[in-house]
Write a protein that binds this ligand. Sequence first.
Ligand SMILES: *Cc1c(COP(=O)(O)O)cnc(C)c1O
Length: 360
Amino acid sequence: MNSDRPRNFASDNNAGVCPEAWEAMARANADHSPAYGSDDDTKAACDAIRDIFETGCEVFFVFNGTAANSLALATLCQSYHSVICHQIAHIETDECGAPEFYSGGSKILLVDGPHGKVSPDAVESTVHRRNDLHFPKPKVVSVTQSTEVGTVYDPEEVRRIGAITHGLGLSLHMDGARFANALAELHCSPKDITWRAGVDVLCLGGTKNGLAVGEAVVFFNRDRAREFEYRCKQAGQLCSKMRYLSAPWLGVLRDGAWLRHAAHANAMARRLEEGLAAIDDVGIAFPRQANAVFARFDDRVISGLYSRGWQFYDFIAAGGCRLMCSWDTAPADVDAFLHDVRELVHSTEDQRPAFPVQQH
Ligand SMILES: *Cc1c(COP(=O)(O)O)cnc(C)c1O
């Protein structure tokens, strides 16, 4: 890593490209190859995803998570429908209204619940609250795995939500921008927290797990995938040189690199959590179950960390400072950060904030 730009804890999408994805991209860069997804790399990447989920799902590659979520939701909804999600869900707070835009107006209905998770009861009461035609009809439940606060739904939790969702005639969407981190923590098979538990569509994250760019939209309910390629094209999400979007998936899925990287990021977050828990006056806001730690520091400690060049987000809504680990976070990065926290907690330095808050 370039030492002028040291690793920080702002986001897992601040990390670079992992070697497996980079090499796969280089391998794909040979001779001519058919465009728009008719190439061998794209076919093989779709097959690799089918193998991992042990089912004949339909797979599409898009450039980013906002498009993956919004286009998937738009496929599941008419404009007069609504989508139930947690109030801190990315589709609500960080997609600039793209799900509403692409669905032509589907309303997002918010529920609360501990640890950033949607509960089956909240789904049920939201659906039953109104069933007249003056209210947008609930049609989809969306859950995030792992959640925006770094917690994880276990297979039984997904199954319960899936059962309620389908029992009420709704579909289940999973925002899996950090799906690999959840899977690495759960040690279950991918199918147990997706189609077997009732997930109809998964947006499978690649970018935050070491790809340069790209997410996969995985339809377990194949009927719902009908004409999805037209949505992708219309939204400017159909990559003409598709092999550069798909080949890196092959690179990380082969030999399990995607799960190794996710497990490493999780392990770094665990190291960070354990170190912080041992420091007086530092609180941990949520159980760490993936690659994020939410810490509560005094304002003075936060300013001190910013002045020393550390980067992280201190969003208040989620409770504390978000420290995100990635595939390339090194134990030494964690230890250097912990060292600075300890010094600042015990010192009387007064520092001004230096890290400007921009994106997540
Ligand atoms: C990062 C992220 C996304 C995708 O965001 P893009 O910037 O559009 O790629 C989606 N959902 C969650 C929970 C995320 O953290």
